[in-house]
Design a protein around this ligand. Structure first.
Ligand code: AHM
Ligand code: MG
Length: 344
């Protein structure tokens, strides 16, 4: 029976095109896939195995962790620490990078991950996902410190996400376009189902948490106001709005049918740079979106060019269809100063 190209086969064929490739990266990806299948299984069984609900602990961001946040984090660590392909790991759920235990061999890559993004959606049975970003460990570094992880997103070797939705999908880029794979549970393999994904250039859909509207800066307010005016306003067309509160689902929708996603900084204390984390969310998603022909910006700078200052730093995110992102960026450029004025 024909099952199509597996993700492993796809990666091995890609690897054959790279002279001198050792197969390390392919093996690392395979280990990530295994972890994502295990997380998918736990998410899928949910209430049947008692993994829903709060763990009543807080992560480094001060956010209450779900049981599945902790389980997913452990699954990622267990699947990756022993493999010999990594020099270090960092997770949204852990304050410091996790060194590779002494008794395991070390490799040349660093991985950063958000083990279960959008986990506020878990208990209501909506889509969540795992996001990961792979960097090269700087030459000569055996015990990577925080600074070794603080590389701009443009240095990523690979970025991807697993989406645990009606189907489980794995979407990834190694810098040569974006491909999507669907988990065929009958054979336990991810099969190429969405080759060469492209973000449609033009869109009529935007995604932003509207409940924060009163705190937005002028450029973001202007953009959304114009969308809301629809055919009667400057845009001369009607827009639709979506907010899943799960970035993986949001980015997947944009890769499928276009749109713009924004989690801007706002005027609240502590929210100046928005909510999303540069290293675990913004960088990997920006790499994917750019590789699919879209754009990603803080409003003032390409996200992939941001020089990270801290492992858990937050960054304003405006990503999606190129023309829309460029429009929001141009509104930032039109604004004097820091763009923090509210639209009257
Ligand atoms: P998380 O990593 O704690 O799950 O938070 C990130 C999520 C994103 O997936 C989503 O875009 C955003 O938080 C939703 O935020 P809000 O609660 O403001 O709707
Ligand atoms: Mg997250």
């Amino acid at each position: 029976m024909e099952h199509g190209t597996t993700l492993t086969q796809f990666i091995i064929e890609e690897q054959r095109r790279i002279p001198g490739a050792t197969g390390d990266f392919t093996s690392l990806l395979n280990d990530i896939l295994t972890a994502c299948k295990k997380i998918s299984c736990a998410v899928n069984r949910g209430g049947l195995i008692g993994v829903l609900g709060s763990a009543e602990t807080e992560n480094v961001q001060g956010e209450t962790q779900k049981k599945l946040d902790i389980i997913s984090n452990e699954v990622m660590i267990d699947a990756l620490e022993w493999t010999g392909h990594l020099a270090g790991m960092a997770s949204e759920e852990m304050e410091d990078p996790l060194p590779i235990p002494k008794h395991y061999p070390k490799g040349k890559y660093l991985i950063l991950f958000d083990p279960l993004d959008g986990s506020s959606n878990i208990d209501v049975n909506l889509s969540v996902g795992t996001i990961f970003s792979i960097l090269r460990c700087p030459d000569g570094v055996e015990h990577p410190a925080v600074e070794d992880f603080l590389q701009p997103g443009s240095k990523q070797v690979c970025a991807g996400y697993a989406l645990y939705g009606p189907s489980t999908m794995l979407v990834l880029t190694t810098g040569h376009g974006v491909n999507g794979f669907t988990l065929d549970r009958s054979i336990g393999e991810f099969i190429l189902s969405h080759p060469d994904m492209k973000v449609p250039a033009e869109t009529r859909e935007f995604a932003i948490n509207m409940s924060n509207q009163r705190y937005w800066n002028a450029p973001v307010s202007r953009y959304v106001e114009e969308c809301l005016k629809g055919a009667e306003g400057a845009r001369e067309k009607d827009f639709n709005m979506r907010w899943v509160a799960s970035m993986v689902a949001e980015v997947h929708r944009i890769l499928t049918r276009g749109g713009i996603f924004m989690y801007p900084g706002d005027s609240r204390k502590g929210a100046e740079n928005g909510k999303l984390r540069l290293m675990y969310e913004a960088n990997p998603m920006s790499f994917i979106i750019e590789q699919a022909g879209g754009a990603s910006s803080t409003g003032r700078q390409r996200i992939l060019d941001v020089q990270p200052q801290g492992l858990h730093q937050r960054v304003p995110v405006i990503l999606g269809s190129r023309e829309e992102v460029q429009r929001v960026v141009s509104y930032h450029n039109d604004t004097d100063g820091d763009g923090s004025r509210q639209v009257a």
